[in-house]
Ligand binder design. Structure first.
Ligand code: HEM
Length: 213
């Protein structure tokens, strides 16, 4: 009897836990945490000797983390058979856009003081800024078409357009590599992750092609 009850409770929990623990508002608030901590540290003058650099870097870091988390959702969902994960793909993608947008806005405000001339000059002159800017331009259509309505309207083209996430990730990582001078550990790990993900996509599309022929 006890075993049956335990089994039932276990089965129910197993089914509900992902939904209970990871339900959307909680994940949403968790994703906002880095922003709130950054804001709190900025208000308390707690961003170290170079607050502008610290702020831009932290926002860039979270932008690329969310981009990669979003990229990993599909393969992780398929490999570990956790279908509920796909509910968070749009959210992580939009958080990537959110963090990168304030990364860019902080650069425009605190690094270039809203001087359009200086911003254009910088984008042309410094290759790592050029790469970051192109990457951001490619990210914009992905964010704008992330709604269910757009998904329905664009049909097959939606999937085609959203493949842009791969060049975006490559450019984002290139932008990261181009600006780090010493500590290559984090971008190095990200390069491994991206290579595995691209390899996985390649194998999948080859398999699909073979099935069709
Ligand atoms: C609009 C285009 C962009 C501009 C102008 C820009 C600007 C910058 C600048 C100035 C830095 C260096 C901060 C410093 O050391 O003072 C930086 C670093 C960084 N950016 Fe961007 N960025 C852009 C787009 C992006 C995008 C699209 C991503 C990722 C999706 C990204 C991710 C990063 C990362 C990860 C770093 C390194 C942070 C670290 O060192 O920990 N950036 N960016």
């Amino acid at each position: 009897m006890e075993v049956v009850i335990k089994n039932n409770v276990y089965t129910q929990l197993k089914e509900k836990v992902p939904g209970v623990i990871f339900f959307k508002p909680v994940v949403f608030i968790l994703c906002l945490m880095p922003f709130f901590f950054l804001l709190l540290n900025a208000i308390n003058n707690n961003l170290g000797p170079n607050p502008v650099e610290e702020m831009i870097r932290t926002l860039g870091d979270w932008g690329i983390y969310f981009l990669f988390i979003g990229l990993m959702i599909s393969p992780v969902r398929k490999v570990f058979n956790v279908s509920w994960l796909s509910r968070y793909r749009r959210m992580t993608g939009l958080f990537a856009f959110f963090y990168v947008s304030i990364h860019f806005f902080s650069y425009i405000w605190f690094d270039q003081f809203f001087s359009l001339q200086d911003i254009v000059k910088d984008i042309i002159k410094r290759p790592f800024i050029t790469v970051g800017f192109i990457c951001y331009l490619l990210l914009v259509p992905l964010a704008l078409t992330s709604t269910t309505g757009m998904m329905r309207r664009l049909k097959k083209n939606w999937g085609r357009l959203h493949k842009l996430v791969y060049p975006v990730s490559i450019l984002a990582l290139l932008h990261y590599f181009m600006m780090v001078k010493a500590d290559f550990l984090v971008p190095g790990v990200m390069l491994i992750i991206l290579s595995v993900l691209l390899g996985y996509r390649l194998v999948l599309s080859l398999k699909n092609k073979r099935k069709r022929t």
